[in-house]
Ligand binder design. Sequence first.
Ligand SMILES: Nc1ncnc2c1ncn2[C@@H]1O[C@H](COP(=O)(O)OP(=O)(O)OP(=O)(O)O)[C@@H](O)[C@H]1O
Ligand SMILES: O=C(O)C1=C[C@@H](O)[C@@H](O)[C@H](O)C1
Ligand SMILES: [Mg+2]
Length: 214
Amino acid sequence: MAGIETLRDSGKGGHPRPRVALIGFRATGKSTVGRLVAASLGRVFVDMDEELVRRFGMDIRRWVDRHGWPAFRVEEAALLRSLSCAVPSVIATGGGVVVDPGNRWVLRRRFFTVWLKASPPVVLMRLHQDPRTASLRPALTDHGFEGEVRLLLREREPWYRESSHAAVGTDGEAPERIAGKVLQAVAGPTGNPLCGIPGRPRLPDFFDSGVQRW
Ligand SMILES: Nc1ncnc2c1ncn2[C@@H]1O[C@H](COP(=O)(O)OP(=O)(O)OP(=O)(O)O)[C@@H](O)[C@H]1O
Ligand SMILES: O=C(O)C1=C[C@@H](O)[C@@H](O)[C@H](O)C1
Ligand SMILES: [Mg+2]
């Protein structure tokens, strides 16, 4: 399309990167914000959890009860790979997509990936308030609801960092405002929303807007 530049890796011969992925812990707002970002960019939106539920023919809790988490991770990884070479899109990943090292590579190399962050109390509050938590977010450990959130946020943080090109804090921010920051991160210093260069060298506090890039 005229006037639209393809996203390219900075420096290494370059893979086209016209896809945006949102990552982050459960209830950081990937699905809510991803929809807004896709609408703004005029791109297809894919919610990976919703797509898996569609393919499973049942909710995540029932499927995982039957087949277990390792099998869920296999299905999730296969879906991520297929999205990485499908039509340009904005995707909301599941909160645990970064557990798989291969997924981390795909996110870093095949998408422009933005990490949505939230503090443990905010995650816990949103999980409690979301009626879909019981069906979409079954227990991952035997540490109890609150213990699990604190443990996994800590454990996964390095993986979210490793997988992403930018991060946006979501505590106390409305989804529309977060989507605006994601769009700014995608746009990069040129301000072209379809021409983001993954941030090297690191530019802390990008445009003073609370978006961190690396
Ligand atoms: N910025 C926000 N402020 C307040 N509530 C929010 C915000 N973003 C999302 N929520 C609410 O938090 C809940 C979880 O949001 P959402 O489903 O978008 O999270 P998610 O990151 O996609 O979670 P998961 O990893 O489990 O798919 C929903 O009830 C949603 O309305
Ligand atoms: O944090 C996780 O591991 C998960 C998050 C959800 O989005 C779902 O993908 C599923 O409940 C697993
Ligand atoms: Mg979601």
